[in-house]
Design a protein around this ligand. Structure first.
Ligand SMILES: Cc1cc2nc3c(=O)[nH]c(=O)nc-3n(C[C@H](O)[C@H](O)[C@H](O)COP(=O)(O)OP(=O)(O)OC[C@H]3O[C@@H](n4cnc5c(N)ncnc54)[C@H](O)[C@@H]3O)c2cc1C
Ligand SMILES: *[C@@H]1O[C@H](CO)[C@@H](O)[C@H](O)[C@H]1NC(C)=O
Ligand SMILES: *[C@@H]1O[C@H](CO)[C@@H](O)[C@H](O)[C@H]1NC(C)=O
Ligand SMILES: *[C@@H]1O[C@H](CO)[C@@H](O)[C@H](O)[C@H]1NC(C)=O
Ligand SMILES: *[C@@H]1O[C@H](CO)[C@@H](O)[C@H](O)[C@H]1NC(C)=O
Length: 392
């Protein structure tokens, strides 16, 4: 009974939270420096104190030539070097130049190397600077009446960071749901000898076998400066979630993947529930201006994120099966009520199917754009609060 009341209160907050919420804090800058040292941290909070990753200096190139100079400087002076984006969202610590100390390390941030997005409508391609945010690419592409067929669900990534780790959405059709399978060229800065100025830009075209190695290279082969992606004519998506019994999920999933171009299944084994996403491409003329503002990536009241984390910990430490199950029920019930964050008219969920443009239906991350003015909401995992965290 205690839990039940508490949960009602929690739900109240949750519902109101998402209606009245306007002020929130954006994610912290992953690079923090004082006069002697810089610290790199992961924006998801998986690592990030001085012991995890400290570097001697950080550079913020703004052009390809400045990026080349940074690599040349590192090569000439035998510094350990890695690249990180403005987002620093990848969970393995691969963006850190050295785990052994900071004396001979250089971090290159692409946070300010993000000005160029060139669309080639004739050849259906877009070329972007490495540090450009995925959302900026998508918006530019959609403005030109085109669509990027594959993208991760989370939009808080840079173009180069995203392909380097094999980021993906969901699809078995065509080239598939992984962004790197849509890469048709890139430029990479690699070390050179003295007469080459210690670093050179290598252009890798679609036919070049090197492209397969270079596009998903975890930042260890060279510094990517530009990425070229193939595009398609603009299209819309029609999405319906079916929250249903998980019986026969093992027999259903192949059929599901074959039937729906962007099909996806979320499985809640302890609830014997599977959420099938019926998700197909529809023509531009189809009515609907929906968005997929995925619930997990919306701003959350900090109080709620902390309460959910704290109650999970409490249930865990007191081995309260009922508590955990009730919390799971509530979460699932809430997700169902709001269609996981789908919004028919861009404002609110009123029923299925929700139809909207590809650029608004594949990728989201509204908690990224929280204004700085007040501090009562954030991304649910913000490392400055004891909020939600999924162990990998
Ligand atoms: C909340 C959240 C949701 C996520 N959702 C998804 C999802 O839906 N689908 C999915 O597949 N993944 C998802 N991810 C993972 C995410 O896509 C990857 O972590 C992605 O690499 C992050 O991109 P970034 O720009 O932040 O890269 P960073 O973390 O900055 O870098 C990633 C790696 O790429 C290297 N790198 C970066 N820039 C360059 C460059 N210019 N040249 C060479 N190497 C470079 C870095 O050294 C590092 O090793 C999610 C992560 C989080 C935290
Ligand atoms: C810089 O930060 C490091 C790590 O937090 C700390 O040890 C050092 O004293 C700081 N130096 C200055 C000049 O503030
Ligand atoms: C530098 O590298 C280029 C290309 O590999 C090569 O042609 C040239 O001879 C090298 N120069 C020196 C001084 O090693
Ligand atoms: C949801 O899936 C069940 C099977 O688990 C099916 O019987 C039902 O018709 C589906 N609902 C919709 C709206 O498609
Ligand atoms: C799920 O479906 C199976 C098979 O139809 C049935 O045996 C089971 O009772 C159902 N479970 C729930 C929770 O509805």
């Amino acid at each position: 009974m205690y839990y039940f009341r508490w949960l009602l209160g929690f739900l109240h907050l949750l519902v109101w939270g998402s209606i009245i919420l306007v002020h929130a804090i954006p994610p912290p800058d992953p690079v923090q420096c004082n006069r002697t040292i810089c610290t790199l941290s992961n924006s998801y909070g998986a690592w990030g104190d001085r012991k995890d990753c400290s570097v001697k200096s950080v550079v913020y190139p703004t052009t390809e030539e400045e990026l080349r100079s940074a690599v040349a400087h590192a090569n000439k002076n035998k510094l350990k070097v890695k690249v990180v984006s403005q987002f620093s969202h990848t969970i393995p610590k691969l963006a850190c130049p050295s785990s052994l100390g900071h004396h001979d390390s250089l971090l290159i941030s692409t946070a300010k190397y993000d000005s160029s997005i060139e669309i080639d409508s004739v050849n259906l391609a877009v070329t972007a600077d490495a540090g450009v945010a995925l959302r900026d690419v998508i918006d530019k592409v959609e403005e030109a009446g085109l669509s990027l067929a594959a993208a991760p669900y989370w939009e808080g990534v840079s173009v180069a960071g995203m392909i380097s780790t094999g980021a993906h959405g969901s699809s078995w059709w065509g080239k598939g749901g992984a962004v790197h399978d849509h890469v048709i060229g890139l430029s990479m800065i690699v070390p050179g000898n003295e007469s080459e100025g210690y670093a050179k830009v290598k252009q890798i075209a679609a036919q070049d076998q090197l492209l397969n190695a270079a596009k998903v290279s975890l930042g260890i082969l060279g510094v990517i400066s530009k990425v070229k992606l193939s595009l398609e004519r603009g299209f819309k998506r029609s999405i319906t979630y079916n929250f249903t019994n998980d019986s026969s999920i093992e027999n259903n999933f192949m059929e599901h993947g074959k039937k729906y171009e962007f099909g996806d299944i979320t499985w809640y084994p302890s609830k014997h529930t599977a959420v099938y996403r019926y998700d197909s491409r529809v023509p531009m003329e189809t009515p609907g201006d929906g968005i997929n503002d995925f619930l997990g990536f919306q701003s959350n009241e900090i109080l709620i994120s902390k309460s959910v984390r704290a109650s999970e910990k409490l249930f865990e430490s007191t081995k309260s099966v009922n508590g955990e199950c009730t919390l799971a029920d509530t979460t699932l019930w809430y997700k169902k009520q709001i269609g996981n964050g789908l919004k028919n008219n861009g404002q609110i969920f009123t029923g299925y199917p929700v139809v909207g443009r590809q650029g608004k239906m594949q990728t989201s991350g509204s908690c990224l754009y929280s204004p700085k003015t007040r501090i009562d909401a954030s991304c649910a995992w913000d490392p400055r609060i004891k909020g939600l965290f999924f162990y990998e």
